[in-house]
Design a binder for this molecule. Structure first.
Ligand code: ADP
Ligand code: ZN
Length: 429
């Protein structure tokens, strides 16, 4: 195997030296991009001013909107002949942006995925079903090549046809799966309907969207797996950027490949370890589309305590993006908090939808959730009791009054990829 495990556990001094060397190379490479030439010039900085890692703070940020403005190929730093693949983001927050890869980028990316998978102890003895979209979404091909690199038996099942997915898990003796947590939840429902227990499954890699620890416990119980969180974004290759080790207390981000800062999203000031803010990343190993201080929009922190496994500082699990955060009557709410509350209430199911309206100038949040039949006798009085309980539990966590509607099991949408559970109908936002 050709990737270097030593890179995962470099000593601080060696790591810093490597980061600085790679940063300088990256700053040199971005000079091929008109956006950066202009941006550096108007900020009055040049690559030569960056002598230490901290000097990176002198450089301006790159925002998602800049990438949108550069659509389609404005951020490519190499000639088109060197680009061997194109992906796009999922477009969760607007027009998708384009990402290009050189041959070298694809190798680096596969290596990063390989690191993650070997870190959790899976490899050539595993049969791996990759249940995410294999098109423009980076999760499909990204995981595929990383898994092949470490010799796993890969089943590129993509999304859809959940019954068939479950038959394959059963018939092929699949030991590890990758999908979004939303899809995993759906899959567990279908498996239950089919009376399948999925005995061979051991490992679940779930990512691409926020999910709570309660969701983790539910999925582990229902699918019989140990569940690991996987974080990535297309602009930083795709999945493979950060991943949980067996400690499962925060995610390792690969410091030799990504320079991480946490900033206050309002002031742009860097925050100390242990404080939550927006993650800003300067990738150190990208060729086709190098970026400088890219504002991910994702909220996390660098954790103060190192990890027992020696792979350096971790980032905390991501609750959502700064733009996922709903402000309801002045109160900040992340959809993942709602999920966390609902999953703890056995009388309701795991699927929910959230609607936000503005009625008489006031924000109103409505949560639709499916009733769990095994806890419901059919008595109307009981329905009212369950509803009251959900309202109270949501209030206790969110400090917000919500309207709760109980609906039939199976009536809310299921998602194969990233879930879209929040519908904000306040026109002005
Ligand atoms: P888009 O930004 O259009 O959704 P991507 O498919 O590149 O396109 O998605 C990347 C985003 O997905 C990240 O910025 C982050 O918000 C979210 N994401 C990915 N993995 C996780 C995870 N494990 N936990 C929380 N959010 C995640
Ligand atoms: Zn660790």
């Amino acid at each position: 195997m050709f990737w270097d495990k030593k890179m995962e556990t470099l000593k601080p001094a060696a790591l810093k030296a490597l980061q600085l060397k790679r940063l300088k190379k990256t700053l040199h490479a971005v000079q091929n991009v008109e956006f950066y030439r202009k941006q550096f010039e108007s900020a009055g900085v040049s690559a030569a001013d960056i002598k230490t890692l901290e000097d990176v703070r002198k450089l301006p940020f790159t925002k998602k909107q800049d990438l949108r403005d550069g659509y389609p190929f404005g951020f490519f730093a190499v000639p088109m002949q060197k680009i061997v693949r194109i992906h796009t983001t999922s477009g969760t927050t607007g027009k998708p942006t384009v990402v290009g890869y050189t041959r070298g980028d694809l190798d680096t990316w596969a290596n990063l995925i390989a690191r993650n998978m070997t870190m959790i102890g899976i490899g050539e003895n595993d049969i791996f079903q990759n249940m995410v979209n294999y098109g423009m979404f980076t999760g499909g091909l990204g995981f595929h090549y990383g898994a092949e690199l470490i010799g796993m038996t890969v089943i590129p099942s993509a999304t859809g046809n959940s019954r068939r997915q479950i038959e394959m898990i059963r018939d092929f003796g699949v030991t590890a799966i990758h999908c979004t947590p939303s899809y995993a939840m759906h899959l567990s429902e279908v498996a239950e309907e089919m009376g399948e227990t999925l005995e061979s499954l051991k490992t679940g890699i779930f990512g691409a969207e926020p999910w709570s620890d309660t969701m983790r416990h539910t999925l582990e119980e229902r699918l019989g797996v140990t569940a690991f969180d996987s974080y990535g974004m297309s602009e930083l290759f795709g999945p493979g950027v950060a991943f949980e080790c067996p400690e499962r207390d925060g995610l390792h981000i690969w410091h030799d490949s990504f320079l991480v800062e946490i900033i206050d999203p309002k002031t742009g000031e860097c925050l100390p370890d242990g404080e939550r803010g927006e993650m800003v990343v300067t990738p150190l190993v990208k060729e086709a589309m190098p970026l400088v201080r890219y504002r991910t929009g994702d909220v996390t922190m660098l954790m103060e305590d190192g990890c027992l496994c020696g792979r350096g500082k971790k980032i905390a699990r991501l609750r959502g993006r700064s733009d996922d955060m709903l402000i309801i009557r002045g109160i900040n709410v992340f959809p993942s908090q709602i999920e966390h509350v609902l999953l703890r209430i056995p009388e309701v199911g795991n699927q929910f939808m959230v609607y936000i309206d503005r009625i008489n100038h006031l924000d109103e949040m409505t949560v639709e959730v499916e009733i769990n039949r095994s806890y419901f006798s059919g008595e109307l009085a009981e329905l009212a009791k369950i509803q009251k309980k959900v309202v109270k539990e949501l209030h206790d966590t969110l400090e917000l009054r919500t309207t709760v509607k109980l609906v039939e099991p199976g009536s809310l949408p299921r998602f194969e990829g990233k879930a879209k559970r929040v519908i904000d109908r306040r026109g002005d936002i």
